[in-house]
Design a protein around this ligand. Sequence first.
Ligand SMILES: Cc1cc2nc3c(=O)[nH]c(=O)nc-3n(C[C@H](O)[C@H](O)[C@H](O)COP(=O)(O)OP(=O)(O)OC[C@H]3O[C@@H](n4cnc5c(N)ncnc54)[C@H](O)[C@@H]3O)c2cc1C
Length: 399
Amino acid sequence: MAAALRIGVIGGSIAGCAAAVAGTRAGAEVTVYERSGAELQDRGFGIVMPPPLHRELVGRGYLEAGMETAPVATRVWLTREPGGRSTRELARQTSPVTPCNWGLLWRSLRASAGAVRYLRGQPVTSVGEDRDGRAVITTARGEERYDVVVGADGHASRTRQLLAPGLLPEPAGYPVWRGAIPLSALAEHPRELELLRGAWVTLGFPGGHGIFYLIPGAPRDGAPAGPDDRLLAYAVYGRPPATRAADPGPYVRELAQEHFPAAWAQIVAHGTHRTTACHPVADVQVPRAARAPLLLAGDAAGVSRPHTASGAVKALQDALCLERVLLEGPTVAAALERYADERTAAGARLVELGRRMGRAQVEETPDWAAMGQDEVDAWFRGVLAGTRHYLYAQEARAD
Ligand SMILES: Cc1cc2nc3c(=O)[nH]c(=O)nc-3n(C[C@H](O)[C@H](O)[C@H](O)COP(=O)(O)OP(=O)(O)OC[C@H]3O[C@@H](n4cnc5c(N)ncnc54)[C@H](O)[C@@H]3O)c2cc1C
């Protein structure tokens, strides 16, 4: 019997665990190297994915059927009433999404990859090739040889440098502030919570916008989280502050106070956050996502601006593609070529779309206050420019 294909995966987060499931399903022996020594489950941020992808991942054993999600089917666009502090609804669109909690998603993928050798606290220090064309992964504990190495080491990937030396992320010039707040702390906002139980919200303001949606909470003391344990997740994009502060919280609260309807500004100003973060927005895409024996997955292969809500989605689709090409063969090199053809093109489309979305929703925002349903629909058709994207099911099939 031929020896099983050996796959080494660098990075044990969303892309790495998904690639590990893919490799195992394709009959390979998989080892995952994760730099972090701790469990990667406490990030608590929201991740949205298309419902058909979620169903496919459950059906194929990538995600557990019991993983909590908070699906909604409508997107509501809001802005502040001109000259006042109340909320005005501009438009509603059909937009079925499956919001997940990053930690639960990771845990579910990790459980599905249960059989693989998952080495925590083991940063990969280099990747090379031996004389027979096999990849050599080096860590502080020594060297191991693999037929395929998956670089799933995130947005600052060092593995990417092996396929695209000198390629650097391109800054968008604006940041995103993210937060998650327990619903129990938002009792004073019944109207906003009622809206969010059936829809995800985009709140437009001059020079930026905010996204708000509900995600499942994490289990507490081993007991599964229920609907009351959900979190309100948000992401606010806007002009950067003139000076960089150690704590970015006060600036985003000022931004919200200046531009949001009063109720939504109070939500962002709320002290009871479960998590907060502020990242500069940037994007990058490798010119080719694989060259045997190396392939890149998730953010290592490419990062689109987060307006596309697609980084984790892409990592999961990368894994589905990897499983398929490995099963189709006929050789590892041919499989990786097909992976590169498909996934490089998909990543490049997302980067382009993310730039157009960023231009329209942050850099050159429209006069939201003057817009209604027809204007929002026409404006976004222009931004999509024919690109299919799952957040705009009205304009395109969900894919
Ligand atoms: C504001 C915001 C909102 C977003 N919303 C969405 C959304 O709604 N939907 C969606 O699909 N995506 C979304 N994303 C994107 C998504 O979060 C990322 O694309 C995804 O988490 C990337 O996963 P990854 O596994 O590729 O990278 P990471 O999660 O960054 O993992 C990389 C891993 O590699 C490890 N590592 C690095 N170097 C080494 C080494 N040398 N050796 C061993 N291990 C190493 C790291 O420790 C880490 O665990 C959003 C992103 C942002 C910023």
